[in-house]
Design a protein around this ligand. Structure first.
Ligand SMILES: Cc1cc2nc3c(=O)[nH]c(=O)nc-3n(C[C@H](O)[C@H](O)[C@H](O)COP(=O)(O)OP(=O)(O)OC[C@H]3O[C@@H](n4cnc5c(N)ncnc54)[C@H](O)[C@@H]3O)c2cc1C
Ligand code: SF4
Length: 333
């Protein structure tokens, strides 16, 4: 591993000022925040990430889960995934988030992994993680061998001719369905970014994955107050029952009254280049009877724009069945 300078600030302002000297906050960043390290240290061992300076943020006061004045929830950036998943308020009012986190990684990893780190985890595309291979995301302009190569686990929604990498986060999918807001402290002050605007589509700049700029520190994530009657389900389909990323997943938050769907918030995982909110599925459901035929119609709508590659066409039907089944489970919960 290459050498790097290591800083351990105690306050966010110092962390932000140190990181603001970076040339970029995207792929190839010369300065990186270190949280749980379960993504970053892995990538440093592979030489995919080679920061000259690491800013350890684990001593910052960002490890609380608190109620907001409006009845919502505020989660600190360094809250461990395990603490978040097992928090009583999260289990009671934001169950889809708890289910999604517990469907990911392993207990040991969840004990280290943090809220912000999970949102910023990188794709598992094999070419991205292998510096002997070309990859537009790691080394812009070198090409995307996945499009004609190994793409079974890669994305079918939101892709471009330059990159088809899947966003691997489970937590981010639940956060998309819960309409989370990501709070960032930057060198120009604080700002709030709705999760739908936080991750970028690859387009012709796949090396840019989020709206973060040099110095930007995620401080916390907030959720709106829970709505009475909402039913929550996270369903994850994968090659083995644990310690595996999603081939397809669905986060469903719906309300049913008098047999009809009155509210629906739906996001998909394992199939998109970012946590994939589906307004198409939501629009197909609201006002309709909560039955299997309509759940299937919503799933068809969600995948209508899917673009399969040579090895991952199976994901279209898999994701449809995943969403339709998640809706059925929620409806009968
Ligand atoms: C074997 C294995 C299996 C896994 N399986 C799953 C799975 O099934 N589902 C799933 O969702 N995830 C899975 N993961 C990924 C895991 O959830 C992430 O590695 C973890 O959430 C990252 O959090 P961290 O705190 O360790 O991040 P770090 O590695 O510390 O940081 C990740 C990135 O975020 C940046 N960062 C961290 N905090 C901040 C902040 N506050 N502000 C700005 N930038 C910040 C860092 O600079 C870095 O670029 C798996 C990981 C491994 C190693
Ligand atoms: S899919 Fe994206 S990450 Fe994978 S090789 Fe292509 S450009 Fe790189």
């Amino acid at each position: 591993m290459h050498t790097f300078q290591f800083l351990r600030p105690k306050d966010p302002a110092t962390a932000v000022a140190s990181a603001a000297q970076a040339k970029t906050a995207q792929q190839g960043a010369d300065i990186r925040f270190l949280a749980g390290g379960t993504t970053l240290i892995d990538l440093m061992k592979l030489n995919v990430e080679t920061p000259a300076r690491l800013i350890d943020i684990n001593r910052l006061p960002l490890d609380k889960i608190e109620a907001t004045p409006d009845g919502g929830l505020k989660i600190g950036a360094t809250v461990r995934n395990s603490d978040l998943a097992h928090h009583p308020t999260v289990q009671r009012n934001y169950a889809v988030l708890s289910q999604a986190i517990l469907a990911g990684a392993s207990a040991q990893l969840r004990n280290m992994a943090t809220t912000a780190g999970n949102l910023l985890q990188r794709t598992r595309c094999v070419y991205f993680r292998d510096t002997a291979m070309p990859c537009n995301k790691r080394d812009p302009g070198t090409g995307c061998p996945a499009i004609t190569g190994s793409n079974r686990t890669l994305a079918i929604l939101g892709t471009s001719e330059h990159c088809i990498a899947t966003n691997p986060s489970d937590m981010g999918v639940a956060m998309a369905a819960l309409e989370a807001t990501i709070h960032v402290q930057g060198s120009k002050g604080p700002r709030a970014v709705p999760i739908g605007e936080f991750h970028l589509l690859p387009g012709n700049t796949p090396q840019r994955e989020t709206v973060l700029e040099p110095g930007d520190l995620i401080t916390y994530v907030t959720f709106p107050p829970p709505l009475a009657g909402n039913k929550h389900v996270y369903l994850k389909l994968r090659d083995r029952a644990s310690y595996e990323f999603a081939l397809a997943s669905a986060a469903v938050v719906i309300a049913i009254d008098g047999g009809n769907v009155t509210r629906a918030r739906i996001a998909l995982g394992g199939v998109g280049t970012k946590p994939w909110r589906s307004p198409e599925a939501e629009g197909a459901l609201v006002g309709q009877p909560a039955n299997q035929a309509n759940f299937r119609k919503a799933a068809e709508a969600a995948l209508r724009n899917a673009k399969p590659q040579s090895e991952n066409g199976f994901k279209i039907e898999l994701a449809k069945r995943c969403l339709a089944h998640a809706l059925q489970v929620a409806a009968t919960a």
